[in-house]
Design a protein around this ligand. Structure first.
Ligand SMILES: [Zn+2]
Length: 179
């Protein structure tokens, strides 16, 4: 009798732990869809080697705000960045390493105050990481080449992916498409 009670208690504690530690499951399911189906346009391109630099080197190359966001995972205040309300046609590249990350035709007005995209240019250009900071369960997105922090991805985006890549303007640079 006692053994079965102990057993039940262990099972309940384990399931509670699993419940509270499970990642942001809907977002991750949609992210896996994106990665598996690869709806992105530039198929089959793989990322080159990682770009690794010391903090000192990054500090020299990036502005204070870029360093705070990209290297220290900071967040710019909503509606203050350069690109949340930016509508020109072109490509958004990583401000640290120049990797092409998002195209203007995947950008949409999410109303959240940060530039938002429903998919990256190519699936391998972004890495996803579970982020439990500030008592929230979110999925962090980083540049696959330099590991620079970009922002987060959420599951309330528009079709076809249902994802919203919520990115700091400070981690991006815009390159106008030549006519
Ligand atoms: Zn980068």
């Amino acid at each position: 009798m006692k053994i079965s009670i102990v057993f039940l208690v262990i099972i309940s504690i384990t399931s509670l732990l699993i419940y509270f530690n499970s990642p942001d499951s809907t977002t991750m399911a949609k992210v896996s869809n994106l990665i598996n189906s690869d709806t992105t346009k530039h198929k089959g391109e793989s990322m080159n080697e990682k770009l690794v630099k010391t903090d000192e080197e990054w500090k020299k190359e990036l502005s204070q705000e870029q360093y705070r966001i990209l290297r220290e995972k900071g967040t710019e205040r909503a509606f203050t960045g350069k690109y949340w309300d930016h509508h020109e046609i072109g490509i958004y590249i990583c401000a640290a390493c120049g990797t092409e990350l998002f195209e203007s035709d995947t950008k949409f007005d999410s109303g959240c105050g940060w530039p938002s995209y429903f998919e990256p240019i190519e699936k391998n250009r972004i890495v996803y990481k579970e982020d439990k900071s500030f008592g929230m369960k979110r999925t962090e997105v980083m540049c696959a080449k330099c590991d620079g922090h970009l922002g987060h991805v959420f599951d309330d985006g528009p079709p076809p992916t249902g994802l919203r890549f919520c990115i700091n303007s400070g981690s991006l640079k815009f390159v106008l498409k030549e006519k």
